[in-house]
Design a protein around this ligand. Structure first.
Ligand code: ADP
Length: 202
């Protein structure tokens, strides 16, 4: 239907990018409210499966507790379902996805099938020392088993360097990446992210 096509052309989709502990979850909550976006966090989707003790959740938990990535087809399948269930939104905010080049390619294809694309990739920059501090601190209250053990936290950061930083290179080819300092107050970082979005949305 042409009407649907016109609507999806107007969508503005964002990837919030950065290492574990860089503040993606906190900033996502604020950004979806300000810009009326649908939040899609693969980490949250996986934790919902874990809480429901589905076969996928049970399999994913064992992997997540080691600090490594779950298979691409699992997360791509979850994102595909979520895109189908949320037709007609203003746009999506992807948080913790894509995390590998294969996931980025799959996402680009899924968005293209829906006649839309990524508008901007916002890359949060935080020092490694600060990341470890924040994650250990989050582990005191988050109830997340992957936040309580320093070795697992380090494995997650290593996995990020090994497999995820290439996602920024992928989107840099089309000049979609904007770097934002992820240290400072939540409000300062939110203001910097909002300014970057407003610049790209013009
Ligand atoms: P954080 O960014 O703090 O590590 P997330 O909730 O995004 O928190 O991810 C927690 C874990 O869930 C990851 O360590 C990984 O095992 C799994 N995970 C989340 N998103 C993905 C993804 N896109 N691809 C593969 N694994 C993922």
């Amino acid at each position: 239907m042409p009407e649907t096509n016109n609507r999806s052309k107007l969508m503005f989709n964002i990837i919030l990018f950065g290492p574990p502990g860089s503040g993606k979850g906190t900033q996502s909550e604020k950004l979806i409210e300000k810009y009326g976006l649908k939040h899609l966090s693969t980490g949250d989707l996986l934790r919902t499966e874990i809480a429901a003790q589905t076969p996928l959740g049970i399999e994913a938990k064992a992997i997540m507790d080691k600090g490594i990535l779950v298979p691409d087809d699992v997360v791509v399948g979850m994102i595909k379902n979520a895109l189908e269930k949320n037709k007609g939104v203003n746009g999506f905010l992807f948080d913790g996805f894509p995390r590998t080049e294969a996931q980025a390619i799959a996402l680009d294809n899924l968005l293209q099938e829906n006649n839309t694309e990524i508008g901007v990739v916002l890359a949060l920059e935080v020092s490694e020392e600060e990341l470890i501090k924040r994650l250990l601190n989050r582990g005191l209250t988050s109830g997340r088993s992957d936040d309580t053990n320093e070795a697992v936290i380090k494995a997650r950061i290593e996995e990020y360097h090994k497999k995820t930083t290439v996602v920024a290179d992928h989107y840099n080819k089309s000049a979609k990446v904007l770097h934002v300092k992820g240290e400072g107050s939540v409000e300062e970082i939110f203001a910097a992210l909002s300014a970057a979005i407003d610049e790209r949305k013009k």
